[in-house]
Design a protein around this ligand. Sequence first.
Ligand SMILES: *Cc1c(COP(=O)(O)O)cnc(C)c1O
Length: 362
Amino acid sequence: MTKYKREDLVNLLPYKPAKVKEAIRLHANESPYDLPEDLKESIFDRVRKESFNYYYDPNCDELREALSGYLGIQPEKIFVGSGADEIIYDIVLAFAGPGREVIIPVPSFPSYETFSVISGAKVVRVPLLLEEDSADCCWKLDVPKIKSQFKKDAPQVMFICYPNNPTGDYFREPDVFELIKDFNGIVAVDEAYFEFGGKTFIKRLSQFPNLVIIRTFSKVFSLAGLRIGYAVADENIIEELYKVKPPYNVNLFSQIAAVEVLKHMDWVEEVKKKIIKAREELKNKLKELPGITVYPSSTNFLLCKFKVPRDLVYQKLLEKGILVRKPEGKEVENMLRFSVGTPEQNEFLAQSLEDILKEHLQ
Ligand SMILES: *Cc1c(COP(=O)(O)O)cnc(C)c1O
């Protein structure tokens, strides 16, 4: 068997997260709020009338129309995938691959690196700079170092997560702008958490034909289980994504659900406000605890650094039934990432952390 394996994939670990039953899920940045029953019913009503035996719309026309209204962008510039993860996959399949490089500021969303490696590309990781005392933002792009990796004569791909997962906040806008402006390749700006902070590079699309914006329905839209993401870019980029995408990549249920949710933006807005309010409350509670640093966030999660070993905190939380994330990378070595849950879940998290820290901080 060994001789059949791709040598360039030996170091990849299969993504098989442990399933923890009955846990409070604060590890995947999902929304703690499921769709209201009447909204679900409107989705079921429409799905019930569809023929399951036929392939559904391969181009997601109705959803792209609805997104066009939401974004104020022509539908031709919108491309829908089975989750933002598939969009990332398509971007590297279309524009990276063997002999090409993908620049990734780290730590960031792990799929950029994984999918780049699978595409056969070489990954260039550039660590973020951490300025704990900085008044504006603490995690910064190392612009000179990133630019030193730019190649004028060979097309590259670069990912910028804005705001960044797992660090939680936006990078300085002029830094991102400078990188996009000087880059010879495709820049993917991942705005998975756009709705929580409102900053976007979408308005720069007309200026930069090499820019692609990534968005998802998995976070504020509460549809993680249905897998819908999308890209917004110049038609020339969209055309290349259509070349590499699997033919019927988004199933009929998911397309219909996304269209119906977009008709209920008042509900989405309400969810957003609840989560932001809960995030601020959780942040203030955690900041009061001993031996913990809480980083600024424009998302639905908080990154925290601990004075006690993070594995201990992780394990003790798990024993209390709370599942959280240990972000990867030496830059975030003793840190944990907590998704913002319901006020009750957050209260339980804060209380549990207080107990753990008081017991183990000497
Ligand atoms: C959650 C997340 C995604 C993945 O979204 P899916 O649509 O569920 O695949 C993409 N990028 C970032 C930064 C994320 O945090």
